[in-house]
Ligand binder design. Structure first.
Ligand code: C2E
Ligand code: CA
Ligand code: CA
Length: 720
């Protein structure tokens, strides 16, 4: 036997296939048994029909080979009885009949036998027949199982099958479909008219034309429609395909229907999550950009203008720091409500469409469709912007707090829908930043000038990065004199950037860029090291060294290991720490007071002096600095400039000097340009002066000769 080609023998006995062999003649039974066993069956024997029935119930065999003529109960009766058993409908039964006994053959089929063999038995034929029956039965069982699985899968997927028989002009409706559509049906087959009058209206409206089109074009279809069931709206998906006759004529359409409400809701939820902001429920950046794109297309078609407003909230960072992120979120949500209410109350045109989005963490964007803006400044846009600014200038009420927020608005107008959505939004953002630079509550139109400045700044930033990396910045020094003695007290180091194309770029332009981009750390360190290296070469007497003042920005002071950096730079250069003055602005000292104090004290421990720069430009009062370990105070040049008899500035300078002296501070006046200013400062007891009157800032190489020459003339020329 070729084991590889006999499927029943490939370990089947191991799988426990059982055959029941029934014959009252022991010899035949043994022979039958050996044939069946060769085919891989485990064999159970019975001697008559009664015993066979009991053995069937007990062993549930997969094959029965049974003689017809037997005592007590013959093979026909037994076969019939087995077929009546719940498990007996499919089991193959082979009956062994007498020779040429045609009535018996007829009877065998009547009682449900699968096949028969005649006596005397041709054992070779018997073996092949049983092999064939086994194979057929296995295939049949597989099919039954897969059908059962299909039915189960359809049930799980809530798939309802139905069929449209074209030639019979009727629909065959499954129970699942009737359940799905809540139909009360007496029979499964419905005439076309009956079918359409039975199904729900929404389905008829959607499906009937679809089926007609599908039939005309001879293609499948796939549609979704809504249905009210149990007072709830359901979404039903239907799709179908034609089954054709051999000649290509459509015979029927196989269709399925499925309740997809849950998938639909899940999809909607996914859409919502990916297109709407969780905090405010407003469209997010991606949805807004898409909406704007569509509006621009329409604007282009109709030749109408679209106004875009970019609104940035201010002070939220401070709120977050003080009250925590959750509270800050509530403030943003409250602001979103104010913006929405404000827009609603404005009644912007009838046909105008207004869309608003949360574009960034603290940024909102708005576009107004169909707005007339031949000249943006003369359109409704500044009116809208001003209203938003006004409404947001009221402090927001969040929990039990009233929170003032700031707000800056950038405006851009897409005339005739011209421009790309992303570009326009970028412009609006640029305009918002320009507005922010104007003050806490301002709006600004985008202009080519603003754009030019932004681009210039952008390119300047990358060039500054290159300059810093190449250590290409230099330091100039401006002298400070001691007013009473007329001697040089020290020099302030000022950063200089000699640009190859643009010439000398003033620090007022590049320092803010360095601060925003974080480059200030590297830049500041380079200036400090260069200045100290230069200072070491200055001619000075041992007992009275010339001081070196270096400007330190907030980022530097709060950067990690700033104190160590200063210490290392002092050690490397060999300059005595008491000769170094670090100039800090008020803004640095106001924030993070505790940790700032710690850093200041560490710097004092090194021995360096601390100076309060630009005094008077901030908000703080003198008493505030009582606790700070300061050595010096620099009166801002805006006060010095306005020093005239009887002015407010004179009164301020006078009280600053006396209060400063009370705190043991050395007072330096900045920006002294005239002898009159110097005389007034001297009369008020100001200690030191710095300004063009004494000298402009000079290159490092000029410092040595300047000091020697100055000492030669002993400062006597100071007062003319
Ligand atoms: P600042 O610290 O107030 O420096 C004094 C500024 O006033 C200098 O401008 C100086 O040239 C200018 N000045 C001096 N005397 C007169 C005068 O009589 N009249 C007028 N109108 N101006 C006078 P500069 O060099 O352009 O520096 C501008 C600012 O840039 C500095 O203001 C300082 O805040 C910043 N800066 C300069 N170098 C550095 C640096 O190395 N690091 C940091 N963080 N900031 C620096
Ligand atoms: Ca300074
Ligand atoms: Ca200053």
């Amino acid at each position: 036997m070729n084991r590889n080609h006999e499927p029943w023998d490939s370990g089947r006995s191991g799988l426990g296939l059982t055959a029941l062999v029934v014959d009252d003649d022991e010899g035949t039974r043994l022979l039958l048994r050996s044939v069946v066993e060769q085919l891989g069956y485990h064999v159970v024997e019975a001697v008559d029909g009664k015993e066979a029935l009991a053995a069937f119930v007990k062993n549930a065999p997969q094959l029965i080979v049974m003689d017809v003529l037997m005592p007590r109960m013959d093979g026909f009766q037994c076969c019939q009885a087995i077929r009546a058993e719940p498990a007996g409908s499919d089991v193959p039964v082979v009956l062994v009949t007498g020779v040429d006994d045609n009535p018996s053959i007829e009877r065998a089929y009547q009682v449900g036998a699968t096949d028969f063999v005649r006596k005397p038995i041709n054992w070779i034929i018997l073996r092949h027949r049983i092999a064939f029956i086994t194979r057929a039965n296995t295939a049949f069982q597989d099919l039954k199982r897969s059908e059962a699985r299909l039915v189960q899968a359809q049930r799980l997927a809530k798939l309802a099958a139905w069929e449209w028989h074209l030639h019979r002009r009727e629909f065959e409706v499954s129970q699942e479909l009737a359940d799905l559509l809540s139909l009360q049906l007496r029979q499964a087959r419905l005439g076309e008219d009956e079918f359409w009058s039975t199904v729900p209206e929404t389905m008829r409206e959607r499906l009937a034309p679809t089926l007609i089109d599908a039939l005309r074009d001879q293609r499948g279809f796939s549609v979704d429609f809504r249905l009210i069931r149990d007072k709830r709206e359901r979404i039903i998906h239907a799709e179908g395909e034609f089954v054709s006759f051999a000649g290509g004529v459509p015979e029927a359409m196989h269709c399925i229907m499925q309740d997809v409400t849950d998938q639909y809701l899940a999809q909607e939820e996914i859409f919502r999550l990916s297109h709407y902001d969780w905090l405010t429920g407003l469209p997010n950046q991606s949805l807004f950009t898409e909406q704007l794109r569509v509006a621009l297309l329409r604007g282009k078609r109709q030749g109408t203008d679209i106004g875009i407003i970019y609104l940035g909230l201010g002070r939220i960072k401070a709120v977050r720091e003080a009250m925590g992120p959750a509270f800050a979120d509530r403030v943003v949500r409250e602001a979103a409500l104010v913006i929405q209410d404000s827009l609603k109350s404005m009644k912007i045109g009838d046909s105008a469409r207004v869309e608003i989005a949360r574009y960034g963490a603290i940024e909102f964007t708005i576009f107004v469709d169909q707005i007339e803006c031949p000249d943006p400044a003369g359109s409704a846009l500044p009116f809208i912007a001003q209203r938003l600014l006004d409404d947001l200038s009221e402090p927001l009420k969040v929990d039990l707090h009233t929170v003032p927020v700031a707000c800056s608005i950038g405006i851009v107008c897409a005339k005739g829908g011209q421009g790309e959505a992303e570009t326009l939004l970028k412009y609006a953002h640029v305009a918002m930043n320009a507005a922010r630079a104007k003050g806490e509550r301002a709006y600004e139109f985008h202009s080519t000038e603003i754009q030019r400045q932004v681009m210039e700044r952008f390119s300047l930033e990358s060039q500054l990065l290159a300059a810093v990396r190449q250590n290409a910045l230099s330091v100039h020094f401006q002298p400070q004199i001691d007013i009473a003695s007329g001697t040089i007290r020290g020099f302030e180091a000022l950063a200089r950037w000699q640009h190859v194309d643009l010439g000398m770029i003033p620090p007022d332009r590049f320092i803010p860029i360095a601060e925003e981009s974080g480059l200030i750390l590297e830049l500041g360190e380079q200036i400090l090291v260069k200045a100290l290296t230069e200072a070491k070469t200055w001619p000075a007497s041992e007992d009275c060294p010339i001081l070196l003042s270096v400007n330190v920005s907030a980022h530097q002071l709060w950067s990690r290991q700033f104190v160590q950096l200063v210490q290392r730079a002092l050690e490397t250069s060999g300059v005595t720490p008491t000769s170094l003055v670090l100039e800090l602005t008020e803004s640095v000292l106001i924030k993070n007071l505790e940790s700032t104090l710690r850093i200041l004290h560490s710097l004092k421990d090194l021995g360096v002096r601390l100076s309060l720069d630009d005094f008077g430009t901030g908000f703080s009062s003198m008493s505030y600095f009582r606790d700070l370990p300061m050595d010096e105070l620099k009166i801002d040049r805006s006060f010095v400039k306005a020093l005239e008899p009887g002015t407010r500035e004179l009164a301020i300078v006078r009280s600053v000097i006396s209060l400063g002296h009370n705190l043991d501070l050395n007072i330096v006046a900045e920006g002294v340009e005239t002898e009159y200013q110097l005389k007034v400062l001297a009369s008020q007891g100001c200690d030191s002066a710095q300004g063009y009157l004494i000298s402009q800032p000079m290159p490092a190489a000029a410092v040595g000769p300047y000091v020697r020459e100055f000492e030669g003339s002993a400062g006597s020329s100071l007062f003319g």
